[in-house]
Design a protein around this ligand. Structure first.
Ligand SMILES: NC(=O)c1ccc[n+]([C@@H]2O[C@H](COP(=O)([O-])OP(=O)(O)OC[C@H]3O[C@@H](n4cnc5c(N)ncnc54)[C@H](OP(=O)(O)O)[C@@H]3O)[C@@H](O)[C@H]2O)c1
Length: 250
């Protein structure tokens, strides 16, 4: 399959489509360690879902960058609402990414870290049963002890707050394990908590060329900081009539 062409609009326009290595270099430029990157796709009018899922907003250009961002991280962090809605399976990257990661001295696949208070997660599901790396579940003191126990058979279960996972404690758990390149794939409630805790270093936002209207959520919803988090536009890519924006914190 031929790759969808992606060009750079800023800082300087690229004349030819970018290679995967070019794109990866753009997404690692200026990234510190530890680093929390968040990735979302939105319609032009701000919807985070089409018919309840993000997939209907994505296209080949978005999928290409989505896969590359997984290639670059130590851990993929996702809220349980997204895991359930999107039907996540085991955290496994494509074979090309596996080889690239191994060549770069990384584990072939990133760790999957799930944030949940209710722990409505099935320990027998493929997420855990077929996981190439032992997953991590970040949860709360008020979660059901029997669910914590059942999930502890198949994952590292760590309490990081009383009734909500506190972002700083959750990130500390990942950092302690050497998982410093953190890639969050949402969803909107988790993203809002991360913004409120002022721990977001980067937002990768795909603007998909469609109008949705309706009642879909935006990409961050819930807790709000009193002082907005200032961001700087690091680059703008385009492909498939789509904008691929990279914002990093000021
Ligand atoms: N456009 C995109 O790029 C994109 C990306 C991701 C998701 N989505 C869409 O967003 C929708 C899901 O939205 P959502 O806001 O429910 O997603 P979410 O933030 O992934 O899920 C919320 C759930 O995650 C857990 N959670 C999040 N933050 C927590 C915290 N600080 N402490 C404890 N638990 C926490 C809780 O799970 P428990 O209920 O288990 O306690 C909470 O109910 C889906 O339709 C999905 O398709 C879109």
């Amino acid at each position: 399959m031929t790759e969808p062409a992606i060009h750079r609009l800023s800082p300087l326009p690229s004349q030819t489509g970018l290679s995967d290595d070019d794109i990866a270099a753009l997404y690692t430029e200026g990234a510190g360690e530890p680093w929390l990157r968040v990735n979302f796709v939105s319609s032009v009018d701000g919807a985070a879902t089409h018919q309840g899922l993000s997939g209907g907003l994505s296209n080949d250009a978005d999928s290409r960058v989505f896969a590359l961002l997984r290639r670059l991280c130590d851990v993929v962090l996702v809220g349980a609402g997204t895991v359930r809605a999107e039907g996540y399976g085991p955290m496994r990257v494509d074979p090309v990414s596996e080889r690239a990661r191994s060549g770069a001295g990384m584990t072939p696949n990133p760790v999957f870290a799930i944030v949940s208070a209710a722990l409505d997660l099935d320990p027998r599901s493929g997420i855990f049963r077929d996981a190439p790396e032992r997953p991590i579940v970040l949860t709360t003191e008020l979660s059901r002890p029997e669910m914590r126990e059942a999930l502890a058979e198949v994952a590292d279960v760590v309490v990081c707050g009383r009734d909500r996972v506190q972002a700083d404690r959750g990130l500390a758990v990942l950092h302690e394990r050497g998982l410093t390149r953190i890639h969050c794939e949402g969803g909107p409630h988790l993203f809002a908590d991360l913004i409120a805790a002022r721990v977001v270093d980067e937002l990768c936002l795909t603007i998909s060329p469609q109008l949705e209207a309706g009642t879909a959520s935006r990409i961050a919803i819930g807790a709000a900081p009193i002082v907005p988090l200032g961001m700087r536009l690091a680059h703008t890519l385009t492909g498939d009539d789509t904008l691929l924006l990279r914002y990093v914190r000021n």
